[in-house]
Design a protein around this ligand. Structure first.
Ligand SMILES: NC(=O)c1ccc[n+]([C@@H]2O[C@H](COP(=O)([O-])OP(=O)(O)OC[C@H]3O[C@@H](n4cnc5c(N)ncnc54)[C@H](O)[C@@H]3O)[C@@H](O)[C@H]2O)c1
Length: 647
């Protein structure tokens, strides 16, 4: 029974908090209680003044005086709203309101008495000054006392539960704000054990009563000694690499890691406890934010009409969000997926002016519809992100990869030339480099179409290709998949122990798309610096740890084997491509040998006409014909593919 005592105490405490929260007194009851107190303390003041010798005063007169005092105090209580705040959250302002209300009532009572004495008025209005003073002091102190005791009682109940020891990383302004927030938020379950900060001048000192440690102290002995459960990252002045290092260290020590959002994400300029949330896996990848040439992009987009295909997808929708930062005349959003378009519309309705965007449900492979859109809106710039991108699905559906990716790109590039669009930017993928999948090969053919168009004489459109690896958290990508698997209690499925992928965040990739789009003069393939490739198994382990769980113990990892078309490691350049630097450190130009793609469009047209009369193998064979470096890793296809030897 005694073992259960703390548990019972906790239950009672939580019940009490719940009661406090649920049942706050309405202000009319607070006002009623205050007024009753005014009346009773007035009687008390009389009794005190006459040493409780009740026979010395006329009870009828006393009660009349008490009612007059009550009326005056009630009027000033109403005027200064001394009863309107939630008692358990009494602030200094509420106390001040009480003080002003009682003081003005007191002065008024004195004034009435003095005036009455001067005009020799009615005895009822002649309230003894000494009693008025005793009453004023008693009621003011009583009202203060009750309010403060309720507040303290509530705080004691709320904070007496078990606390988690927390370290705040960053002893700057942000760190101090987090400390104040934790201390003032009665619901917060944290107790601050110290700050961590790299600034030598702060280390070893106390900040607002809290010790500042050197972050190098973060080791197992320290964590155990101080029983640290949580680390809150509360600094913006830290490089992504350093941040990732700290997260990694804390994670290995089994410490929960939270972080504050960027200042511009605070609600109405104020940080709320609920906004301090678990760090995201992207923070572990140590990617520095991109510096954009805002002037160049701003000039390129100024008052332009921009068409984005695949606008409801991960990349397309982020391009649309990025465009909202510039003075674009109108953004035309094209996608065939109705529900994602509906969600995007809801989002944009809240963030953009209605006149600035237009959503159109359309299929990029429908020439007539797309021609109508180009004719109607006359876009200046096109970002082409509509595509089918899932490798295993495209292995099973090569016809669709051909029709949507290749057919769609052919149509959009053709219309861009027809309507003299100024700039066309295609979103490509690292999977198009030495492709081993239908999806990769189809995107390589898209690149070839765009390259061919850019080489045409008299073409006014600048055709630019941007090529990059996986983006974090995009539709159907590994991160949402792992999150779901962790949520479901596992297991996490990893294709291969040695599998690696390049990763960047969606905003990062789309910012680079804009930058590259406007640095390009036409004909270039821009590739982005993706940093170091990440082992998928490491990513899985880190995601499990970030969720506060232990890999293999809480969540199992199972290997499923490479799927058809998948590569172990992606590359950003093919063997016959080198890179040239640009002024932007994260963007390089692939130096490509000029390839003669003449006839490619005729061939595509021809294949599109007879596409659905062909078998999957025949379609894949055609991919192989068009992309000499395509080597299917799908057993089903590569047995049948007879590669043509060069003559
Ligand atoms: N997601 C990544 O990690 C990543 C990385 C590098 C490159 N890319 C490339 O970016 C492009 C877009 O990828 P995503 O991640 O945004 O994919 P996504 O599936 O999220 O978005 C693609 C969008 O295109 C639309 N679409 C497909 N066919 C269409 C058609 N016929 N007409 C109109 N709309 C159509 C889809 O409805 C979808 O909204 C792909 O070519 C992909 O290879 C993606």
């Amino acid at each position: 029974m005694f073992e259960n005592y703390p548990k019972w105490r906790e239950i009672v405490r939580l019940k009490a908090i719940e009661m406090f929260r649920k049942y706050s007194l309405p202000s009319w009851i607070v006002s009623g209680l205050d007024n009753t107190a005014v009346f009773l303390t007035f009687l008390f003041a009389y009794a005190l003044r006459y040493n409780f010798e009740l026979e010395k005063f006329d009870p009828i007169l006393v009660v009349n005086h008490a009612f007059i005092a009550l009326a005056i105090y009630a009027i000033f209580g109403l005027i200064f709203r001394s009863y309107s705040g939630l008692i358990r959250h009494t602030t200094i302002i509420d106390i001040f309101n009480v003080f002003i209300a009682t003081s003005t009532a007191f002065i008024s009572l004195i004034g009435i008495t003095l005036l009455n004495r001067r005009i020799r008025g009615n005895e009822i209005l002649n309230i003894p000054i000494s009693i008025t003073i005793i009453h004023y002091v008693t009621i003011t102190l009583l009202l203060f006392f009750v309010r403060i005791m309720i507040k303290i009682g509530f705080q004691l109940i709320s904070t007496s539960g078990s606390k988690k020891n927390v370290l705040i990383f960053g002893a700057g302004d942000m760190g101090v704000i987090v400390k104040r927030l934790i201390n003032s938020d009665i619901q917060s379950n944290y107790q601050i054990s110290g700050f961590l900060d790299y600034q030598k001048k702060l280390q070893g000192k106390k900040l607002n009563g809290i010790y500042v440690y050197n972050p190098d102290i973060l080791n197992s002995a320290f964590i155990h000694k101080h029983k640290i459960v949580t680390l809150i990252l509360a600094t913006e002045n830290i490089s992504s690499n350093k941040k990732s290092e700290i997260i990694q260290t804390a994670m290995n020590l089994g410490v929960e890691i939270l972080e504050t959002p960027a200042v511009d994400k605070w609600l109405n300029g104020q940080l709320k406890m609920a906004q301090i949330q678990k760090v995201k896996i992207k923070d572990l990848l140590g990617r520095d934010s991109i510096k954009l040439d805002m002037e160049l992009i701003g000039k390129g987009l100024n008052k332009k009409i921009v068409l984005v295909t695949g606008a409801a997808g991960s990349i397309g929708s982020e391009i649309v969000r990025q465009l909202a930062r510039f003075d674009v005349k109108k953004t035309i959003l094209v996608d065939q997926a109705e529900t994602p378009m509906f969600h995007l519309q809801n989002e944009l309705n809240e963030t953009m002016s209605h006149s600035k965007f237009k959503l159109i449900l359309a299929d990029v492979t429908n020439y007539e519809k797309m021609d109508f859109i180009f004719q109607e809106f006359h876009p200046d710039i096109v970002f082409h992100a509509a595509a089918y991108k899932h490798v295993p699905l495209m292995e099973e559906n090569p016809h669709e990869a051909f029709r949507v990716n290749i057919g769609g790109t052919k149509i959009i590039t053709e219309l861009s030339c027809k309507y003299n669009i100024k700039k066309f930017v295609m979103i490509s993928t690292d999977k198009s480099v030495k492709p081993t999948s239908v999806m990769g090969a189809s995107k390589r053919i898209c690149e070839m179409i765009v390259q061919w168009r850019s080489q045409q004489e008299g073409i006014k459109t600048q055709f630019v290709i941007t090529r990059f690896g996986n983006v974090l958290g995009s539709n159907g990508s590994v991160i949402p998949l792992f999150s779901k698997q962790i949520e479901d209690g596992g297991p996490i499925t990893v294709t291969h122990h040695e599998m690696t992928r390049y990763f960047m965040t969606i905003p990062e990739a789309c910012e680079l798309v804009l930058e590259a789009g406007f640095m390009g003069k036409g004909g270039e393939i821009f590739i982005f610096d993706m940093g170091k490739p990440v082992k998928i198994i490491d990513l899985a382990n880190q995601m499990i740890q970030l969720s506060g769980l232990v890999p293999e113990k809480d969540i199992k990892i199972v290997y499923t084997g490479l799927r058809p078309g998948e590569k172990l490691n992606e590359e950003l350049l093919s063997d016959n491509e080198n890179t040239l630097p640009t002024y932007h450190p994260k963007i390089k130009i692939a130096k490509i040998e000029k390839v003669d793609n003449t006839g490619i469009l005729i061939k595509i047209d021809d294949l599109l006409k007879k596409l659905y009369g062909m078998s999957k193998e025949q379609v894949v064979e055609e991919f192989s014909e068009m992309v000499s470096e395509y080597k299917s890793s799908n057993g089903k296809y590569n047995e049948k593919l007879v590669k043509k030897e060069p003559a």
